[in-house]
Design a protein around this ligand. Structure first.
Ligand code: SF4
Ligand code: SF4
Length: 494
């Protein structure tokens, strides 16, 4: 697909230049966005764009320099630098699975309206990961080729099986000889107590919780039969923040606390209250992700669902407000925007598994069910929880690492998430930054290849539209977000 042209260089008629393949989109009446395979972008006005398309051989002066600088034009056909950038951008392909999700139990004390995890009641301890399976899982993970690992505890509610969490951390620390390992836990915090909190913070375990909005909205969707979910969560957020602040002052923390809202229909109407809640609690980030369909029965999904258009209108209002906050001195970031900005402004990939090509299923991450079965990702495990084991790759008790990562399912999902081969994506201007989800496609369309321009694509496209529409005007703020995220260890794989 690469467009080759022999052009006469206006400075030297003997040079043989090449116009690189690029994708484009008109984003304002007099603004065209161009992107190429290494993730470089360029804004051209209408005259410049028409000139480039109609007669690239005659492009000269500053425009020619800009095109050369960003690799839209090769002087004398020299593409070595471009190849190096392409390799760097896809560096994640050589790392192996870095994110390992352990579902240590399916038990949970909440009955959330949009739960996808296949939760079981608190009395069902046969859905806990036992210590033998936990050790086999750690042994399997330590055989992974990747050097930098994140072991993430999920559920159900992982605090409901804290003995296994504690054992996994101790066993990993005892057995590890050569990996850089960080731990994180995704918890609703309602079962947190002083001992668990001390253990997690002492071991620098990053804590991620769910906070869906003000009390009424949070409690409507996150139903805790015995108690007030919102108040328990906020109380623990305050306690953990205070302890992290103290550790910070002593200069010994890599521990972090994050929260994540699941965007419900109810919060769409009130973006400010959601953002203000996060700011008031001292968070520096919010990650606005729409509710997804994994593990839902169709009827339950429809009850929680909204259109891409509705979500995008909400997202734009949130981002407008977040940018206003930044302009008035409050540093606060939105994480989906940050993921795209890291790719756009640094041309490296932050390793976010669900927005990359190919996606992380099996080659960047693996998920381990309570019973030792291994899945492409937690979303693939959620499909199993609704009765379909298509994304299962093996079992920690009898599968080798080699067998799992070369499994036919991993290959298929990899092919299905390579944007180069997908109708709609291959020539989309956002191709260098985007990613599709084969599990989403499977659940929504019945095929891992999905359909072009589906609702997920519309959301990805709409978010990138917003970023590029504002990028020139808000470049200082957007650049400061990327700088800040680069200074914040450890790397976040979520
Ligand atoms: S299949 Fe979907 S959920 Fe799983 S890693 Fe790929 S993008 Fe993420
Ligand atoms: S998913 Fe949509 S926005 Fe993303 S590259 Fe494909 S067509 Fe473009």
């Amino acid at each position: 697909m690469r467009v080759k042209r022999n052009m006469k260089n206006p400075m030297n008629n003997e040079l043989n230049d090449e116009l690189n393949y690029f994708r484009f989109k008109q984003i304002h009446s007099d603004r065209y966005l161009l992107t190429n395979d290494v993730g470089n972008h360029l804004f051209l006005n209408k005259d410049e764009f028409v000139q480039l398309r109609s007669d690239p051989a005659c492009v000269s002066g500053p425009l020619r320099e800009r095109l050369l600088d960003k690799g839209f034009l090769f002087e004398g056909g020299d593409i070595d630098g471009f190849i190096h950038e392409y390799r760097t951008k896809h560096d994640f392909l050589h790392r192996g699975p870095g994110l390992h999700i352990l579902v240590v139990t399916l038990r949970c004390n909440h009955t959330c309206s949009y739960c996808q995890a296949g939760r079981k009641g608190m009395d069902r301890s046969n859905y806990d990961m036992d210590l033998k399976t936990a050790e086999e899982t750690v042994d399997f993970i330590l055989n992974s080729g990747a050097r930098d690992l994140c072991i993430e505890f999920q559920g159900g509610e992982p605090l409901a099986n804290f003995d296994t969490v504690r054992h996994v951390i101790a066993y990993t620390q005892a057995k590890n000889t050569d990996k850089n390992i960080i731990f994180s836990i995704v918890t609703n915090l309602s079962l947190m107590d002083d001992q668990k909190r001390s253990f997690l913070l002492e071991n620098d375990v990053a804590i991620c919780t769910s906070l869906d909005g003000p009390e009424e909205i949070h409690n409507k969707h996150r139903v805790l039969t015995a108690g007030n979910s919102f108040r328990k969560t906020v109380d623990q957020i305050r306690r953990i923040s205070a302890e992290l602040d103290k550790k910070d002052r002593e200069g010994k923390t890599y521990g972090r606390l994050n929260a994540l809202p699941t965007i419900s229909k109810d919060i769409l109407r009130d973006h400010k209250s959601l953002v203000d809640l996060y700011v008031d609690l001292g968070f520096q980030t919010i990650h606005l992700r729409p509710v997804n369909p994994f593990g839902f029965s169709e009827g339950r999904l429809n009850g929680s669902q909204y259109t891409a258009t509705q979500f995008l209108a909400f997202y734009r209002r949130c981002l407008d407000y977040i940018l206003e906050l930044n302009e008035s001195g409050t540093v606060f970031l939105e994480k989906t925007a940050l993921i795209f900005l890291q790719k756009i402004l640094t041309r490296t990939d932050p390793g976010f598994m669900d927005i990359r090509s190919p996606c992380g299923a099996g080659i960047g991450q693996l998920a381990y069910n309570y019973d030792g079965r291994i899945f492409t990702c937690d979303e693939g495990r959620m499909v199993d929880a609704s009765g379909d084991n298509v994304f299962c790759l093996g079992n920690v008790s009898d599968s080798s690492h080699q067998q799992v990562v070369t499994n036919g399912v991993v290959r298929c999902v990899g092919i299905a998430s390579c944007l180069e081969g997908l109708p709609g994506c291959h020539d989309c201007v956002y191709h260098p930054y985007c990613g599709v989800c084969p599990v989403y496609n499977y659940v929504v369309h019945g095929s891992i290849f999905g359909r072009p321009f589906n609702e997920r694509c519309r959301i990805m496209s709409g978010i990138q539209d917003y970023i590029f529409e504002r990028l020139e005007e808000k470049s200082d703020i957007f650049s400061s977000w990327v700088t800040l995220s680069n200074r914040t260890p450890p790397k976040n794989y979520d």
